[in-house]
Ligand binder design. Structure first.
Ligand code: ZN
Length: 446
């Protein structure tokens, strides 16, 4: 593969080049300006990844994995303390722009557009304010030579006041040594090393109730939380299947709700606990129920990892790194390229390929057979980052909400050096875990 460079990707004939392109007559979904801002942001994500220990040859460096776990925790801090838990707040203010690690987590999160929107229903209502996140404004803060973020003094002080933790992710890592969890049984405080969630096998004994806390217990706990919310009328369906084909909230589905609750009958006065069932009990029950939506892949995706978000964000970040590396190595993130005429020519080709990809998707709802060319993928991703516009464009032009297709990627758990501080000892590395990820990385090409 000598011609790895993106401008040369045009040399790879794509089936999409042959498709008549009615979308090119529509107003552009994504401007060159937005695509260029995205490329600069991608450069910044790679730069901070390298600072955190990532390299092409050591893409799952343990320090980097721990950095990603912290980024997810800090995304939640930002959402709760800076953005605030309300669906109807105004747009994001300049002083509310997050640190770069948080932006990197948000970026991968938004590239699961359906689950991102699903989470805005009942789980994180403030995500609605991020449907128009100002990515271009964030890119303006990235130094085009060093790819480091130059945050404003105002945003640093606003973050520090609200969160009471360091704005700088590395300073945060030095001062906050481990993840703080709640025991899924007694809610007692429990701390686990940052790299722990990347392992399929870890055990930490709750100091208060003695529960053996492991990945499965955290996943079951996440599911039971949803069941309780359904019982309490906070939501009407499981996470991951709350939206219809147009990404609109499915109306009250009492039948489905009752079926879910019937699956896991509870004795009055006693709630199900994490000791009562395992993840595989849940998966089996959902497969058996006669309601296709319940056994949807999206449900199992939500409850197969311990993060409170529906998306396994660190897994997705790892998945997108090779694509981002390709943009970087091709020079597409550089100021010289972005300011030059060749950028506009290359982006014109890439955009027309994206339109062709959409044309294929519009004609065949079974779009999973189709993957966009990598340069077209830049526009697809950029479009998804404008979540409000993406949804209206999809519904208007495709007549359905095109989700980012998912494939399975294996994370090599051997790269974890045994940093777990639980009772499992140093030899309990566990097997490789499956991360649900979507196309855009090196998973599928034609
Ligand atoms: Zn406990």
């Amino acid at each position: 593969m000598s011609s790895n460079k993106l401008p040369l990707l045009n040399c790879n004939p794509s089936p999409q080049d042959k498709v008549a392109n009615k979308f090119s007559d529509a107003p552009p979904f994504v401007s060159h300006k937005a695509a260029k801002a995205h490329l600069r942001t991608i450069g910044a994500f790679l730069e901070i990844s390298r600072q955190a220990g990532y390299s092409t040859s050591d893409s799952q460096n343990p320090s980097f994995i721990a950095f990603l776990s912290r980024a997810v925790a800090r995304l939640e801090i930002w959402l709760e303390k800076v953005i605030g838990r309300t669906a109807d707040r105004g747009p994001i203010l300049a002083k509310e722009l997050p640190p770069l690690d948080v932006a990197m987590a948000l970026h991968s999160y938004m590239l699961s557009p359906r689950l991102f929107r699903d989470d805005a229903v009942g789980t994180y209502p403030q995500l609605k304010a991020l449907l128009e996140f100002p990515w271009e404004r964030l890119a303006d803060l990235v130094d085009p030579a060093t790819f480091r973020l130059n945050p404003t003094a105002e945003s640093i002080s606003h973050w520090t006041e609200r969160t009471e933790v360091a704005f700088d992710p590395f300073e945060y890592g030095r001062s906050v040594g481990s993840a703080q969890l709640r025991c899924p049984n007694c809610s007692g405080a429990c701390s686990i090393s940052w790299s722990i969630f990347t392992r399929s096998a870890f055990t930490e004994t709750c100091k208060q109730c003695g529960l053996s806390i492991n990945r499965d217990a955290l996943c079951v706990s996440k599911f039971l939380t949803t069941l309780r919310e359904i019982q309490q009328g906070v939501r009407t369906n499981l996470r991951g299947v709350q939206l219809d084909d147009h990404a609109e909230l499915v109306g009250t589905t009492q039948l489905v709700t009752r079926r879910i609750l019937d699956l896991f009958p509870h004795t009055p006065g006693r709630q199900l606990t994490v000791s009562d069932l395992t993840s595989s009990d849940i998966a089996t029950a959902l497969e058996e129920v006669d309601a296709p939506r319940l056994s949807s892949a999206n449900v199992s995706k939500v409850y197969s990892h311990p993060y409170t978000f529906s998306v396994d964000i660190p897994g997705l970040i790892l998945h997108f790194q090779p694509l981002h590396e390709l943009f970087w190595q091709s020079g597409w993130c550089s100021q010289a390229f972005l300011k030059g005429r060749s950028a506009d020519l290359a982006l014109d080709v890439a955009y027309s390929r994206y339109c062709s990809f959409l044309e294929i998707c519009a004609n065949d709802i079974n779009y999973e057979a189709t993957m966009p060319a990598k340069d077209a993928d830049l526009f697809w991703h950029s479009h998804q980052l404008m979540s409000a516009k993406y949804k209206s464009d999809m519904n208007h032009y495709l007549h359905y909400f095109l989700d980012h297709v998912e494939v399975e990627v294996e994370l090599d758990s051997d790269s974890d050096p045994g940093q777990n501080q639980g009772n499992s000892g140093g030899d309990s590395n566990g097997g490789p875990i499956i991360i649900m990820a979507c196309c855009g990385g090196n998973c599928k090409t034609y």
